[in-house]
Design a protein around this ligand. Structure first.
Ligand code: TXA
Ligand code: MG
Length: 329
């Protein structure tokens, strides 16, 4: 049976799969990951093949905590402070890697991305794998390259089909979008990707603002302009503009669905109510994009989220989705 409910026996079986060099998809609080033994170049290579991911895109190595992280990274004071505050949780730290760290998971970078996830199934899996001698699980999001990340076990199967490895089903992800990535390897801390942990909380612990990535920042899949894309063209619009857009498109025979807080006053198309709270919105984001993408609409109209920090990660993903979606006519 796949996906398999993530009970204790299934988690032990998954840890044994990892130890045998095979892949396992598992829930984290952010999105589902496609994991392999980070210490095995062959197992990590299988992730790249299955995802269709370019080899120069580094993976995040998932660890039980700071003790495991220290074995592979130059563990700075700032890392300790952030780990104390936010691990386990939706924060990935980029640190200089030590000799002996798995270069094959790092996409040619001199650094390594490390995260200790909070989801109880992810934690139990990492701990079971550690008991078998494992030191960490390299795992990107468990989707094909460029697609929307999976937040349910069924999404993983939808994306990977018959190629899916054992998928542990731990229900819907709490956070619903990927971890926040902070690069501590190059002097000033840099926010490489907004995510489940608001940047302001990280800045409060560091006591300094996070810098924006410059041109020297590593190329990374989660930061490509066209990413997280559904197949249906989508438009980001201000709330007040959606009704008019629905009407114009309906007159041209274009079937629309609006994902917005208020039902558009021109009700010709479908309507998907959007959450008003950023956490609930993020939790629903990828599931909603996938659902609307499959519902047979010609165009998805999305109310632009507010421009404040708590909405930054959702806004970032929506902009990338709009760029990556098929061109509008
Ligand atoms: O929430 C998450 O972060 C999820 C779950 C499964 O943990 N994982 C995830 O992985 O989103 P992925 O592979 O889709 O995105 C990982 C990103 C890379 O695209 C890159 O931006 C960054 O992490 N990254 C990892 N290691 C890095 C390194 N050494 N230097 C720079 N960026 C790195
Ligand atoms: Mg991804």
């Amino acid at each position: 049976m796949n996906p398999r409910p993530a009970d204790a026996a299934a988690i032990e079986a998954a840890a044994a799969e990892l130890a045998a060099g095979r892949l396992v998809a598992f829930p984290t609080e952010t999105v589902y990951g496609l994991g392999a033994d980070a210490a095995s170049a062959e197992a990590v290579g299988a992730i790249y093949r299955l995802k269709g991911r370019p080899p120069d895109h580094p993976l995040i190595v998932h660890v039980t905590g700071a003790d495991q992280a220290r074995r592979w990274a130059h563990w700075r004071d700032a890392a300790q402070r952030l780990a104390d505050a936010f691990w386990p949780g939706p924060l990935t730290l980029i640190l200089e890697r030590l000799p002996g760290a798995p270069a094959w998971a790092c996409g040619g970078q001199p650094s390594i991305g490390l995260r200790s996830p909070a989801h109880p199934v992810a934690r139990a899996l990492l701990q079971a794998f550690e008991r078998l001698g494992g030191m960490g699980v390299a795992a990107p999001s468990a989707n094909r390259f460029g697609r929307v990340s999976p937040t349910r076990a069924a999404h993983v199967i939808d994306d990977l089909g018959a190629d899916a490895p054992l998928v542990l089903d731990g229900g819907a992800c709490e956070v619903g979008l990927e971890s926040t990535i902070v690069d501590l390897s190059r002097g000033r801390p840099v926010l490489l990707r907004p995510g489940g942990l608001p940047a302001a909380r990280i800045e409060a612990v560091l006591g300094q603002p996070l810098a924006s990535p410059d041109a020297a920042a590593p190329r990374a899949s989660g930061t490509l302009a066209a990413h997280y894309a559904p197949r249906t063209p989508l438009e980001l619009l201000d709330a007040g503009a959606i009704g008019q857009r629905v009407r114009v498109l309906a007159a041209r025979g274009v079937k629309t669905v609006a994902w917005s807080r208020q039902r558009p006053d021109r009700g010709e198309g479908g309507w998907e109510p959007a959450a008003a709270e950023p956490e609930a919105y993020a939790r629903a984001l990828y599931d909603t994009l996938r659902r609307l993408d499959r519902a047979g609409f010609d165009r998805i109209l999305i109310e632009r989220p507010p421009e404040t920090g708590e909405w930054a990660a959702a806004a970032d993903r929506l902009h990338r989705a709009a760029v990556g979606a098929p061109a509008l006519d």
